[in-house]
Design a protein around this ligand. Sequence first.
Ligand code: ZN
Length: 215
Amino acid sequence: MIFLGAPGSGKGTQAQALVPNLGIPQISTGDILRAAVKAETPLGLEAKAFMNRGALVPDEVVIGLIQDRLVEPDVSGGWMLDGFPRTTVQAEALDQLLEKLGQPLEAVVLINVPEAKLVERLTGRRTCMTCKRVFHVLFNPPPTTIPFCDDHADCPSELVHRPDDSLDVVIQRQAVYRDQTEPLISYYEQQHKLHSIDGDRPAEAITGELKAFLG
Ligand SMILES: [Zn+2]
């Protein structure tokens, strides 16, 4: 199963919430990349060389890492892929890999949230650099007066608006999603695998609908 959605849609959170329910692991490309680099596998070392140069890790390396991950014993009952594919080229490469492995893709879940809502979600985030807790100015304000964190009253640190959450960066990320990843919606529609879920609701409501649909 693949989770598809724009930055801030909560697809990673939803995949994670389903792990205990479905008993299959969530595979995020960020996690497997970090793990392979740490374990110094041949592909991990290759990926590290690109990352050290500040370059993007090429698709064929990422596909290789996914292949290594999909033959591990804990995924024999299935898997949830989150953060990949991001482009049509990647989706085609993944289709080829899955065919080779004999692991058919059963469903693509799209967490659908209007772009304006995503911008509001992401730009409102404030992060405590000491305890790493993330708040939101509207939806999850800190227990004490903004701009201070108060994690169990022992974190008097100032909250930070991270550069990643600035309006410019957020808008840029949404544009990249729209241009490069959104074409995957019709790609998977044509394969009759797309299930669109209204993501503009509390996370628990979305998880509930997903459990009902997948259970
Ligand atoms: Zn804090």
